[in-house]
Write a protein that binds this ligand. Structure first.
Ligand code: T6T
Length: 312
């Protein structure tokens, strides 16, 4: 697997033994939530570019699926040659504490990128979107699209324990209370599987005839929601607001499958993650929590927001 980043970044993916013996203690490893996914690829590109600028190498070791057990294997595999710094997007806010703590105990500086652990003492820094705010922004975007029309709204979350999407769902539902014409039918977990998201939408369409909107808390839930709506011939009749801005979501927005997207800035999350890891390694001041930007994009504003679209 070769990175999509271009411009002389490190080769990532972790399968081709690209372990460039870094001089001294200048090796950083990025463990994202899953492989070959536009959000994490964009993050990786931002991280690689920054590592190069600061004189470090960055290698990506991506689990095959968004799954805490598979991510734990990647973390444990660092054991024999621990990097100076680890950037990680923990896929479970509890289950990943122990394995990451073990890497930290070996002297590696840990930085959380995107998702985070419940235990705030493991990482030296966390870089993330304000996900509760993102959920709120999604509710405001949906409310604006719907206007005064009354109706029910479905929220598609990923997995319990995913700090980001859980916060988005909560932020969305809290904000929805300010729009009395919109009633939440609750948040549903989909295990981050598009097929499950599609079935939840199919079920909601039959049990809730006044379904007027869906908030999909990430890329996979959005993809599944669009499939569910397409299968039922309901594209455009039920407003779909998604999170992220992958090439397929952007295409969906252009085609009218989505009415709104909340784009994150994954490249900046990766870039700042490297900066904080390097600061910690070089004894410079470290910022414990950093918030990256979010952007609400609709069809009429998409051309002006093209800089926020993710890489594939
Ligand atoms: O939405 C992103 C990320 O922020 C989240 O933590 C998990 O899902 C994505 O990677 C998109 O699939």
């Amino acid at each position: 697997l070769v990175t999509a980043c271009g411009g002389g970044g490190q080769v990532g993916g972790g399968d081709e033994g690209g372990d460039q013996a870094a001089p001294g203690n200048k090796k950083l490893v990025l463990i994202p939530g899953t492989q070959a996914e536009p959000f994490y690829i964009s993050m990786q590109c931002g991280a690689e570019a920054e590592a190069g600028k600061l004189g470090y190498t960055l290698e990506t070791q991506a689990p095959q699926k968004f799954d805490a057990a598979l991510q734990t294997e990647k973390v444990n595999a660092l054991g024999s040659a621990p990097p100076a710094g680890l950037l990680i997007a923990p896929t479970d806010d509890q289950a990943m504490i122990a394995p990451i703590q073990q890497v930290k105990n070996g002297g590696t500086k840990v930085v959380e990128v995107d998702t985070s652990l419940k235990d705030k003492n493991v990482a030296v820094s966390s870089i993330s979107s304000d996900n509760a705010e993102g959920g709120k922004l999604a509710a405001q975007t949906l409310a604006k699209l719907v206007g005064d029309k009354p109706g029910s709204v479905l929220v598609l979350d990923t997995i319990a324990g995913t700090s980001t999407t859980n916060a988005r769902a909560k932020g969305f539902e809290d904000e929805l209370k300010n729009y009395p014409n919109l009633k939440s039918v609750g948040a549903q977990f989909t295990q981050n599987e598009p097929d499950q998201a599609a079935s939840k939408v199919t079920a909601a369409l039959s049990s809730t005839p006044d379904l007027i909107g869906i908030f999909a808390t990430n890329l996979n839930t959005g993809e599944g929601a669009a499939t569910g709506l397409r299968n039922a011939g309901k594209i455009g009749q039920v407003n779909l607001v998604g999170f992220d801005a992958s090439p397929s979501e952007v295409e969906g927005l252009r085609k009218g499958e989505y009415q709104g997207l909340i784009a994150q800035d994954p490249a900046s999350i990766g870039q700042q993650g490297v900066q904080q890891a390097v600061a910690a390694l070089e004894g410079k001041p470290v910022q414990r929590d950093i918030t990256a930007g979010l952007h609400s994009i609709t069809k009429d504003t998409m051309d002006a927001n093209a800089q926020y679209f993710y890489k594939q």
